[in-house]
Design a protein around this ligand. Structure first.
Ligand SMILES: Cc1cc2nc3c(=O)[nH]c(=O)nc-3n(C[C@H](O)[C@H](O)[C@H](O)COP(=O)(O)OP(=O)(O)OC[C@H]3O[C@@H](n4cnc5c(N)ncnc54)[C@H](O)[C@@H]3O)c2cc1C
Length: 513
């Protein structure tokens, strides 16, 4: 697909900063109502953290690619694609994921009863606790769904019908799990999915864990998009480009223009000013409030809050092209591996213990269509700190030490992961790496945060961040706002953002395309 590089007009109804899923979903929703939108993206390809790259015959998903809410009616992405007449082919992820530690393997069968059975077989002595846990999760998810579906929440309904949700809605995953289990091993296996939050259980918002659990274990489960996420991204870009809007790449927004405390447009780094009635930022909070806007435009309290926010952790990613060899070690799409379940690895990881960093992670095996016959594209991602005492050994423009450091980490990962993918070292024909600095460079996510802001208790749910901002006519969508990170979650945020903009600015000119 040919992407646009030049901005055609000086004025649009709405300018959106960022072509990640949040920006594109916001733009498509507005374009479908006849609103002219300009989406500006600093990177040379669209998609933000949902992106792919191609090297030497191998295609890799570099970011988010397991998707929910896309298969069945009622799912935000399903309904959006249907509304605009675009189709993507899907492939269910089955099992939803696998957890491996030592000689134990737990498969998350998409059928909840079968998954529960697998847990019972692995931990037979915990049968009663397992039953209580599953019953509680389902009850709490009913509460989460009730809250998500209401514009005005009735506290009496919460207290009478969703007491368990009320009890844990402001608690950590650790507090919840400790009420159901004493054995650290089963806790680790059941909560492995929440590794995506990058936080130890003590800091994780339990509701964020429960949401993740729900999309993996209930409803349509997770799917992969055939042809990869660029199929979805291109479908959205194409719709915008052909419905009175533009997605323009390699254009960095330098300033959000503000007059009389109202956003009136943007200025690019090349000095071009474009005007709009409304501006939407899907960039990070740091970008939006501390760089693109003058701090003085927001209250001191607000700026203080932005500065003190905790960013999500980041990843070291190893992209490999490997020989299939009877598919050994490549049986499942997503495998969480952990080395020792009793010790929380986070403190060691943040102390730069490379052995711990490189022996815990998630192995993702791409579909056969993403590699030449007889080979597979594999991604191994390990949680790693963004901050390094020597700034990752980058000295000015000299990156040779940084490259050597990356190679050392890659070697350790390959060594440690060969217990899950036999003969890994010998099977590799292509290798590439990415660090938190890479993620930060391509997406401008502060500290290369995997989920934008950390999903801790303070920064999850309604307290994560609002769609409307302290600046009039400026809105925010994406992983830094409610409901949070993840492809489907930021799609909800983009949908809510477009709805709010339509209601507050364009109701009079609602002319469906
Ligand atoms: C490695 C990785 C794996 C993941 N795996 C999954 C998964 O399997 N499933 C899932 O659901 N989620 C996953 N996620 C999370 C998910 O991908 C993200 O939460 C989601 O894509 C974020 O979308 P967004 O639009 O909010 O932000 P982004 O995708 O970060 O988009 C923001 C865009 O704004 C642009 N931008 C910022 N500032 C400017 C500026 N000044 N001028 C112009 N452009 C600017 C950036 O370049 C970027 O493209 C993963 C994330 C990562 C990093």
């Amino acid at each position: 697909m040919k992407y646009q590089k030049e901005i055609n007009q000086d004025q649009y109804d709405v300018i959106i900063i960022g072509s990640g899923i949040a920006g594109l979903v916001t733009a498509v929703n507005l374009a479908s109502e006849g609103i002219s939108v300009l989406v500006l993206e600093q990177h040379c390809i669209p998609g933000g953290a949902t992106t792919m790259f191609f090297r030497k015959g191998f295609t890799f998903e570099a970011g988010g690619h397991r998707v929910s809410g896309i298969r069945n009616p009622g799912g935000v992405l399903h309904d959006l694609l249907e509304k605009i007449g675009k189709k993507v082919e899907l492939q269910p992820v089955n099992p939803a994921y696998v957890v491996k530690s030592g000689d134990k393997i737990l498969k998350a069968d998409p059928d909840l009863e079968k998954y529960k059975q697998n847990v019972r077989e692995l931990f037979p002595h915990e049968k009663e606790n397992i039953d209580r846990y599953f019953a509680a999760m389902l009850k709490i998810i009913e509460g989460i769904n009730y809250v998500a579906g209401q514009k005005v929440i009735n506290p009496l309904v919460i207290l009478s019908e969703h007491r368990l949700f009320a009890k844990y809605s402001k608690k950590s995953t650790r507090e919840f799990m400790d009420d159901y289990f004493k054995d650290e091993e089963i806790i680790a296996f059941l909560t492995m999915l929440s590794a995506y939050t990058t936080l130890p259980l003590e800091e994780q918002s339990f509701v964020s864990y429960a949401n993740m659990w729900a999309v993996h274990h209930l409803g349509e489960g997770m799917s992969l998009i055939k042809g990869g996420t660029k199929t979805l991204v291109n479908a959205l870009v194409n719709y915008i480009d052909t419905h009175g809007g533009q997605v323009v790449l390699s254009k960095t927004v330098d300033k959000i223009l503000v007059e009389n405390k109202k956003a009136i447009g943007i200025k690019t780094t090349s000095g071009k000013e474009i005007k709009a009635q409304v501006v939407v930022s899907t960039a990070s909070n740091e970008q939006t409030y501390l760089r693109l806007l003058d701090e003085s435009l927001s209250s001191k309290k607000f700026i203080q809050r932005i500065k003190s926010q905790k960013q999500s952790g980041s990843l070291f990613q190893l992209f490999l092209g490997i020989r299939e060899e009877n598919g050994q070690g490549l049986e499942n799409v997503t495998t969480f591996v952990m080395n020792g379940h009793t010790e929380a690895p986070h403190s060691k990881i943040y102390d730069w213990d490379l052995e711990t960093i490189t022996s815990n992670g998630v192995i993702t095996v791409e579909g056969k269509e993403n590699s030449p016959d007889g080979y597979r594209s594999v991604n191994i991602s390990c949680l790693i700190p963004y901050h390094h005492p020597e700034y990752w050994f980058v000295t000015g423009k000299d990156k040779s030490e940084y490259c050597r450091f990356k190679d050392t980490i890659a070697e350790m990962i390959i060594e440690n992961m060969s217990q899950y993918i036999p003969n890994l070292q010998k099977r590799i024909v292509f290798q590439n790496t990415a660090t938190p600095l890479t993620i930060e460079r391509y997406t401008l996510a502060t500290e290369g945060g995997l989920q934008g802001l950390a999903h801790n208790i303070k920064q999850s749910g309604k307290t994560r961040g609002n769609i409307n901002t302290p600046i009039k006519n400026l809105y925010q969508a994406g992983q830094y706002t409610f409901p949070g990170a993840g492809i489907i979650t930021v799609s909800i945020s983009g949908t809510l953002c477009a709805e709010m903009i339509m209601n507050e600015h364009f109701l009079h000119q609602k002319t469906k395309c």
